[in-house]
Design a protein around this ligand. Structure first.
Ligand code: UFG
Length: 332
Protein backbone atom coordinates (compact mmCIF):
# COMPACT_ATOMS: atom_id res chain seq x y z
CA UNK A 1 0.00 0.00 0.00
CA UNK A 2 1.00 3.64 -0.41
CA UNK A 3 0.46 5.15 3.01
CA UNK A 4 0.53 8.79 4.05
CA UNK A 5 1.65 9.32 7.65
CA UNK A 6 0.85 12.73 9.07
CA UNK A 7 3.34 13.56 11.80
CA UNK A 8 5.56 10.95 10.17
CA UNK A 9 8.74 12.46 11.63
CA UNK A 10 7.36 12.35 15.19
CA UNK A 11 7.81 9.66 17.80
CA UNK A 12 4.91 7.39 16.83
CA UNK A 13 4.90 8.29 13.14
CA UNK A 14 8.59 7.61 12.56
CA UNK A 15 8.50 4.14 14.12
CA UNK A 16 5.32 3.35 12.23
CA UNK A 17 7.07 4.42 9.01
CA UNK A 18 9.92 1.99 9.77
CA UNK A 19 7.50 -0.85 10.40
CA UNK A 20 5.51 -0.16 7.21
CA UNK A 21 8.63 0.11 5.05
CA UNK A 22 10.01 -3.12 6.55
CA UNK A 23 6.78 -4.85 5.53
CA UNK A 24 7.22 -3.66 1.94
CA UNK A 25 4.73 -0.77 1.93
CA UNK A 26 5.47 2.67 0.53
CA UNK A 27 5.45 5.62 2.89
CA UNK A 28 4.86 9.32 2.38
CA UNK A 29 5.68 11.47 5.40
CA UNK A 30 3.79 14.71 5.98
CA UNK A 31 5.14 16.83 8.82
CA UNK A 32 5.67 20.47 9.75
CA UNK A 33 8.58 19.54 12.06
CA UNK A 34 7.09 21.66 14.86
CA UNK A 35 7.97 18.95 17.38
CA UNK A 36 10.38 16.73 15.45
CA UNK A 37 13.75 16.90 13.74
CA UNK A 38 14.29 17.26 10.00
CA UNK A 39 16.96 14.54 10.33
CA UNK A 40 14.35 11.86 11.10
CA UNK A 41 13.41 10.91 7.49
CA UNK A 42 17.07 10.33 6.65
CA UNK A 43 17.41 8.10 9.73
CA UNK A 44 14.30 6.14 8.75
CA UNK A 45 15.80 5.64 5.30
CA UNK A 46 19.06 4.45 6.90
CA UNK A 47 17.21 1.85 8.96
CA UNK A 48 15.00 0.58 6.17
CA UNK A 49 16.62 1.49 2.86
CA UNK A 50 13.45 3.43 1.84
CA UNK A 51 11.66 4.24 -0.49
CA UNK A 52 10.51 7.28 1.45
CA UNK A 53 8.84 10.45 0.20
CA UNK A 54 8.62 13.52 2.47
CA UNK A 55 6.50 16.64 2.40
CA UNK A 56 6.98 19.59 4.69
CA UNK A 57 3.43 20.78 5.21
CA UNK A 58 0.90 21.92 7.76
CA UNK A 59 -2.51 20.44 8.53
CA UNK A 60 -3.80 23.96 9.05
CA UNK A 61 -3.01 24.83 5.39
CA UNK A 62 -5.55 22.85 3.37
CA UNK A 63 -3.60 23.48 0.15
CA UNK A 64 -0.65 21.48 1.57
CA UNK A 65 -2.88 18.46 2.19
CA UNK A 66 -4.64 18.84 -1.10
CA UNK A 67 -1.34 18.78 -2.96
CA UNK A 68 0.06 15.70 -1.28
CA UNK A 69 -3.14 13.65 -1.41
CA UNK A 70 -3.89 14.64 -5.01
CA UNK A 71 -0.45 13.85 -6.36
CA UNK A 72 0.71 10.83 -4.43
CA UNK A 73 -1.76 8.08 -5.32
CA UNK A 74 -2.37 7.34 -1.65
CA UNK A 75 -4.33 4.24 -0.53
CA UNK A 76 -4.59 5.07 3.17
CA UNK A 77 -3.68 7.63 5.82
CA UNK A 78 -2.29 7.12 9.32
CA UNK A 79 -3.00 10.33 11.19
CA UNK A 80 -0.42 10.81 13.95
CA UNK A 81 0.14 14.57 13.73
CA UNK A 82 -1.06 16.45 16.77
CA UNK A 83 -0.08 18.26 19.93
CA UNK A 84 0.15 15.95 22.93
CA UNK A 85 1.36 17.74 26.06
CA UNK A 86 -1.31 17.77 28.75
CA UNK A 87 0.06 20.75 30.74
CA UNK A 88 0.50 22.86 27.58
CA UNK A 89 -3.08 22.07 26.57
CA UNK A 90 -4.33 23.44 29.91
CA UNK A 91 -2.39 26.67 29.33
CA UNK A 92 -3.37 27.13 25.69
CA UNK A 93 -6.51 25.12 24.93
CA UNK A 94 -7.35 27.01 21.75
CA UNK A 95 -4.01 26.05 20.23
CA UNK A 96 -4.86 22.41 20.98
CA UNK A 97 -8.41 22.53 19.63
CA UNK A 98 -7.26 24.42 16.53
CA UNK A 99 -4.37 22.13 15.71
CA UNK A 100 -5.88 18.78 16.66
CA UNK A 101 -9.49 19.33 15.60
CA UNK A 102 -9.21 21.76 12.68
CA UNK A 103 -6.23 19.74 11.50
CA UNK A 104 -8.30 16.54 11.50
CA UNK A 105 -11.20 18.16 9.67
CA UNK A 106 -8.88 19.61 7.02
CA UNK A 107 -7.37 16.17 6.54
CA UNK A 108 -10.77 14.47 6.22
CA UNK A 109 -11.92 17.11 3.70
CA UNK A 110 -8.83 16.56 1.56
CA UNK A 111 -9.19 12.78 1.77
CA UNK A 112 -12.85 12.89 0.74
CA UNK A 113 -12.06 15.29 -2.09
CA UNK A 114 -9.59 12.79 -3.56
CA UNK A 115 -11.55 9.66 -2.73
CA UNK A 116 -9.24 8.25 -0.07
CA UNK A 117 -11.51 6.96 2.70
CA UNK A 118 -9.18 4.67 4.62
CA UNK A 119 -7.88 6.11 7.89
CA UNK A 120 -6.07 4.92 11.02
CA UNK A 121 -6.29 7.51 13.79
CA UNK A 122 -3.95 8.07 16.78
CA UNK A 123 -6.02 8.32 19.92
CA UNK A 124 -5.13 7.85 23.55
CA UNK A 125 -6.12 6.04 26.70
CA UNK A 126 -6.56 9.51 28.12
CA UNK A 127 -10.07 9.52 26.57
CA UNK A 128 -11.27 7.09 29.28
CA UNK A 129 -13.22 8.59 32.18
CA UNK A 130 -11.40 8.84 35.51
CA UNK A 131 -14.23 6.94 37.21
CA UNK A 132 -13.39 3.85 35.17
CA UNK A 133 -11.26 0.98 36.35
CA UNK A 134 -8.31 -0.86 34.89
CA UNK A 135 -8.21 -2.90 32.78
CA UNK A 136 -9.94 -0.44 30.44
CA UNK A 137 -11.99 -1.97 27.65
CA UNK A 138 -12.93 -0.18 24.46
CA UNK A 139 -16.50 0.23 25.69
CA UNK A 140 -15.42 1.67 29.06
CA UNK A 141 -16.88 5.10 29.79
CA UNK A 142 -15.19 7.92 27.85
CA UNK A 143 -14.67 11.43 29.29
CA UNK A 144 -11.24 13.02 29.21
CA UNK A 145 -10.19 15.38 32.01
CA UNK A 146 -7.90 17.82 30.18
CA UNK A 147 -8.04 19.80 26.91
CA UNK A 148 -5.54 17.53 25.14
CA UNK A 149 -7.60 14.48 26.03
CA UNK A 150 -10.78 16.22 24.97
CA UNK A 151 -9.30 16.94 21.52
CA UNK A 152 -8.83 13.17 21.15
CA UNK A 153 -12.31 12.42 22.47
CA UNK A 154 -13.88 15.00 20.15
CA UNK A 155 -11.85 13.70 17.21
CA UNK A 156 -13.23 10.24 17.85
CA UNK A 157 -16.75 11.70 17.80
CA UNK A 158 -16.07 13.55 14.55
CA UNK A 159 -14.93 10.27 13.01
CA UNK A 160 -17.94 8.35 14.32
CA UNK A 161 -20.33 10.95 12.88
CA UNK A 162 -18.49 10.92 9.56
CA UNK A 163 -18.68 7.13 9.27
CA UNK A 164 -22.38 7.23 10.21
CA UNK A 165 -23.04 9.81 7.48
CA UNK A 166 -21.02 8.07 4.78
CA UNK A 167 -20.57 4.33 5.19
CA UNK A 168 -17.86 4.15 2.54
CA UNK A 169 -15.28 5.34 5.10
CA UNK A 170 -13.08 2.74 6.82
CA UNK A 171 -11.74 4.17 10.07
CA UNK A 172 -9.74 2.49 12.83
CA UNK A 173 -9.10 4.34 16.07
CA UNK A 174 -6.12 3.22 18.15
CA UNK A 175 -6.08 4.18 21.82
CA UNK A 176 -2.46 4.14 22.95
CA UNK A 177 -1.49 3.45 26.52
CA UNK A 178 2.12 4.46 27.38
CA UNK A 179 4.48 3.98 24.43
CA UNK A 180 8.16 4.03 25.46
CA UNK A 181 11.51 2.83 24.13
CA UNK A 182 12.98 3.35 20.70
CA UNK A 183 13.93 1.49 17.55
CA UNK A 184 16.53 -1.13 18.60
CA UNK A 185 19.14 0.61 16.40
CA UNK A 186 18.89 3.68 18.65
CA UNK A 187 18.66 5.84 15.51
CA UNK A 188 15.17 7.18 16.20
CA UNK A 189 13.25 7.64 19.44
CA UNK A 190 11.25 9.97 21.63
CA UNK A 191 12.78 13.44 21.43
CA UNK A 192 10.76 15.88 23.54
CA UNK A 193 11.92 19.48 23.58
CA UNK A 194 13.08 20.89 26.90
CA UNK A 195 12.45 19.01 30.13
CA UNK A 196 10.46 15.84 29.38
CA UNK A 197 6.96 15.60 30.85
CA UNK A 198 6.81 11.81 30.49
CA UNK A 199 8.50 9.40 32.83
CA UNK A 200 10.85 7.36 30.65
CA UNK A 201 12.52 10.19 28.70
CA UNK A 202 13.03 11.87 32.08
CA UNK A 203 14.60 8.72 33.55
CA UNK A 204 16.93 8.44 30.53
CA UNK A 205 18.11 12.03 30.95
CA UNK A 206 18.77 11.53 34.65
CA UNK A 207 20.75 8.37 33.84
CA UNK A 208 22.76 10.41 31.34
CA UNK A 209 23.53 13.08 33.92
CA UNK A 210 21.51 15.79 32.12
CA UNK A 211 19.04 16.10 35.01
CA UNK A 212 19.76 15.50 38.72
CA UNK A 213 16.99 13.15 39.86
CA UNK A 214 13.62 11.73 38.81
CA UNK A 215 10.76 13.26 40.73
CA UNK A 216 8.37 10.49 41.65
CA UNK A 217 4.95 12.12 41.63
CA UNK A 218 3.52 10.65 44.82
CA UNK A 219 4.13 7.38 46.67
CA UNK A 220 0.88 7.39 48.61
CA UNK A 221 -1.40 5.90 45.95
CA UNK A 222 -3.34 2.75 46.73
CA UNK A 223 -0.89 0.54 44.81
CA UNK A 224 1.60 -2.06 46.13
CA UNK A 225 4.55 0.38 46.34
CA UNK A 226 2.43 3.55 46.48
CA UNK A 227 3.51 4.88 43.05
CA UNK A 228 1.39 5.23 39.91
CA UNK A 229 0.88 2.23 37.65
CA UNK A 230 0.84 2.45 33.83
CA UNK A 231 0.78 0.11 30.85
CA UNK A 232 4.13 0.69 29.10
CA UNK A 233 4.34 -0.65 25.57
CA UNK A 234 7.39 -0.76 23.30
CA UNK A 235 7.13 1.79 20.52
CA UNK A 236 7.93 -0.87 17.88
CA UNK A 237 5.05 -3.01 19.15
CA UNK A 238 2.79 0.03 18.94
CA UNK A 239 4.08 0.67 15.41
CA UNK A 240 3.27 -2.91 14.42
CA UNK A 241 -0.23 -2.37 15.80
CA UNK A 242 -0.69 0.35 13.17
CA UNK A 243 0.36 -1.94 10.35
CA UNK A 244 -2.02 -4.67 11.55
CA UNK A 245 -4.82 -2.13 11.93
CA UNK A 246 -4.22 -0.85 8.42
CA UNK A 247 -4.36 -4.35 6.94
CA UNK A 248 -7.68 -5.02 8.71
CA UNK A 249 -9.10 -1.60 7.81
CA UNK A 250 -10.34 -2.63 4.38
CA UNK A 251 -14.01 -3.00 5.29
CA UNK A 252 -16.07 0.19 5.66
CA UNK A 253 -17.11 1.15 9.19
CA UNK A 254 -15.41 2.21 12.38
CA UNK A 255 -13.38 0.12 14.84
CA UNK A 256 -11.69 1.09 18.11
CA UNK A 257 -8.79 -0.78 19.72
CA UNK A 258 -6.67 -0.38 22.83
CA UNK A 259 -2.96 -0.76 22.16
CA UNK A 260 -1.34 -1.80 25.41
CA UNK A 261 0.19 -4.90 26.96
CA UNK A 262 -2.41 -5.43 29.67
CA UNK A 263 0.37 -5.35 32.26
CA UNK A 264 0.80 -2.61 34.85
CA UNK A 265 4.20 -1.31 36.01
CA UNK A 266 4.74 1.21 38.82
CA UNK A 267 7.01 4.25 38.64
CA UNK A 268 9.45 2.62 41.05
CA UNK A 269 9.40 -0.65 39.07
CA UNK A 270 10.12 1.21 35.84
CA UNK A 271 13.08 3.04 37.36
CA UNK A 272 14.42 -0.27 38.76
CA UNK A 273 13.95 -1.99 35.38
CA UNK A 274 15.88 0.82 33.67
CA UNK A 275 18.73 0.51 36.19
CA UNK A 276 18.86 -3.29 35.80
CA UNK A 277 18.66 -3.25 31.98
CA UNK A 278 21.36 -0.63 31.57
CA UNK A 279 23.60 -1.16 34.60
CA UNK A 280 23.24 2.41 35.77
CA UNK A 281 21.99 4.32 38.80
CA UNK A 282 18.96 6.61 38.51
CA UNK A 283 18.58 8.87 41.56
CA UNK A 284 14.98 9.72 42.48
CA UNK A 285 13.08 11.80 45.02
CA UNK A 286 9.44 11.50 46.01
CA UNK A 287 7.46 14.71 45.49
CA UNK A 288 3.78 15.66 45.53
CA UNK A 289 1.25 13.99 43.25
CA UNK A 290 0.86 15.54 39.79
CA UNK A 291 -2.64 17.00 39.43
CA UNK A 292 -4.88 14.94 37.16
CA UNK A 293 -2.86 11.70 37.43
CA UNK A 294 -4.77 8.48 37.99
CA UNK A 295 -3.36 5.78 40.30
CA UNK A 296 -3.69 2.82 37.92
CA UNK A 297 -4.14 2.79 34.13
CA UNK A 298 -3.72 -0.35 32.06
CA UNK A 299 -5.43 -1.85 29.05
CA UNK A 300 -7.51 -4.87 28.35
CA UNK A 301 -5.80 -5.70 25.02
CA UNK A 302 -8.08 -8.65 24.19
CA UNK A 303 -9.93 -7.05 21.27
CA UNK A 304 -6.74 -6.05 19.42
CA UNK A 305 -5.36 -9.55 19.95
CA UNK A 306 -8.52 -11.25 18.70
CA UNK A 307 -9.32 -9.01 15.75
CA UNK A 308 -5.89 -7.70 14.67
CA UNK A 309 -3.68 -10.56 15.86
CA UNK A 310 -1.83 -7.98 17.98
CA UNK A 311 0.51 -9.39 20.64
CA UNK A 312 3.28 -7.19 22.03
CA UNK A 313 6.69 -8.87 21.72
CA UNK A 314 9.12 -6.67 23.61
CA UNK A 315 9.84 -6.88 27.37
CA UNK A 316 10.15 -3.98 29.80
CA UNK A 317 13.92 -4.58 29.84
CA UNK A 318 14.08 -4.16 26.06
CA UNK A 319 12.00 -0.98 26.27
CA UNK A 320 14.54 0.41 28.77
CA UNK A 321 17.61 -0.82 26.85
CA UNK A 322 16.42 0.67 23.56
CA UNK A 323 15.47 3.97 25.21
CA UNK A 324 19.02 4.12 26.59
CA UNK A 325 20.59 3.34 23.18
CA UNK A 326 18.61 6.25 21.73
CA UNK A 327 19.53 8.57 24.62
CA UNK A 328 23.25 7.87 24.09
CA UNK A 329 22.97 8.55 20.36
CA UNK A 330 21.08 11.82 21.05
CA UNK A 331 23.91 12.93 23.31
CA UNK A 332 26.40 12.18 20.56
N1 UFG B 1 5.73 10.33 36.59
C1 UFG B 1 6.62 10.61 37.61
N2 UFG B 1 7.61 11.52 37.37
C2 UFG B 1 7.77 12.13 36.16
C3 UFG B 1 6.85 11.83 35.11
C4 UFG B 1 5.84 10.92 35.38
O1 UFG B 1 6.53 10.07 38.72
O2 UFG B 1 8.70 12.94 36.00
C5 UFG B 1 4.68 9.30 36.82
C6 UFG B 1 3.26 9.79 36.61
O3 UFG B 1 2.75 10.31 37.82
C7 UFG B 1 2.57 8.50 36.17
C8 UFG B 1 3.66 7.75 35.39
O4 UFG B 1 4.89 8.29 35.84
O5 UFG B 1 2.22 7.71 37.28
C9 UFG B 1 3.57 7.92 33.88
O6 UFG B 1 3.53 9.30 33.57
P1 UFG B 1 3.72 9.82 32.06
O7 UFG B 1 3.68 11.32 32.11
O8 UFG B 1 4.91 9.19 31.44
O9 UFG B 1 2.45 9.23 31.33
P2 UFG B 1 0.91 9.49 31.62
O10 UFG B 1 0.32 8.15 31.90
O11 UFG B 1 0.65 10.54 32.59
O12 UFG B 1 0.50 10.10 30.23
C10 UFG B 1 0.40 9.32 29.08
C11 UFG B 1 0.65 10.15 27.83
C12 UFG B 1 -0.37 11.23 27.69
C13 UFG B 1 -1.73 10.63 27.78
C14 UFG B 1 -1.87 9.81 29.03
C15 UFG B 1 -3.21 9.15 29.09
O13 UFG B 1 1.93 10.74 27.90
O14 UFG B 1 -0.21 11.84 26.43
O15 UFG B 1 -0.87 8.81 29.06
O16 UFG B 1 -3.23 7.87 29.44
F1 UFG B 1 -2.65 11.62 27.81
Amino acid sequence: MRVLITGGAGYIGSHTAVELLSEGHEVIIFDNYSNSSTTVPERIARITGGPLTCFRGDLLRPSDLDLVIRDQGIDAVIHCAGFKAVAESVEDPLMYYRNNLTGLINLLDAMAEHDVRNLVFSSSATVYHASGESPYQEDSLVGANNPYGRTKEMSERVLADLVASDPTWAVTILRYFNPIGAHPSGLIGDDPEGIPANLLPYVARVAAGELPAVQIYGDDYDTPDGTGIRDYIHIMDLARGHVLALLENREPGMRVYNLGTGRGTSVKELIAAFEAANGCVVPSVVTARRPGDLPVVYADPTLARQELGFTPRYSLEEMCAHAWAWQRLRQG
